[in-house]
Design a protein around this ligand. Sequence first.
Ligand SMILES: C[S@@+](CC[C@H](N)C(=O)[O-])C[C@H]1O[C@@H](n2cnc3c(N)ncnc32)[C@H](O)[C@@H]1O
Length: 236
Amino acid sequence: MGRNEKGDGGDRYRIDDYAVIGRTYAEYERTLDPSDVDLAGTRVLDCPGGARGFTAGAVARGADAYAVDSVYALSFPDLAARARADLDRAVDALDGVEHLYRWDYYDDPADLATHRRAALARLLAHRRAEPGRYVAGALPELPFPDDAVDLVCSAHLLFLYADRFDHAFHAAALRELCRIAREEVRVFPLHGFDGDRYDALDDLLLELERAGHDPAVESVPFEFQRGADAQLRVRV
Ligand SMILES: C[S@@+](CC[C@H](N)C(=O)[O-])C[C@H]1O[C@@H](n2cnc3c(N)ncnc32)[C@H](O)[C@@H]1O
């Protein structure tokens, strides 16, 4: 279960496993800041798609959008049950560590839960309507050919779960996302649950440059976890 660890030497958001939760399309617009991208006619991949409403929102804006996530291997009822349970434990885990977050976009944990529920409802409705857009797969090896899409978006897995994924995983995952993207990869956030920016980010930027890509850290118009207001943009 998710829990905070105030009082036992920690003061941070804690969640076990990987929470299958998701953000709304409006949250995506702030965290990955695609204000310069005309989604109409653009091929987009969201990895991990989780329980978020991004793919439905992108398709509604004319994109040819897909989402990939290891959890899409679950049946429809099992995915819905897992996502609903994870949403509750993710919100519960905020108890006692609310001060680590800025409460301006969301009023409070209850309002955050309302956003998460809206994202989940959108995901479930869209997955039922267009199941072919939701693909089961796991980083660092995804079932997509080279240059399959124009833009890859990756939110709330890499860097955030750095306490579970080592540097080799991050490097391999980014190589994989760059292989699939024809133009660009965007990753948010750059911070872990401990509140610190990924400590080997400079090494990763160097590795991406050596592979012929053009990586940059850019600020975004969103900050929920304090300090986490930047994305990694890699022009491939
Ligand atoms: C916190 S959710 C993020 C969902 C969404 N991107 C968002 O920003 O709301 C993390 C997701 O990562 C997925 N996941 C965990 N390990 C994965 C892997 N190796 N490859 C792809 N997805 C993975 C989980 O199933 C979960 O849905």
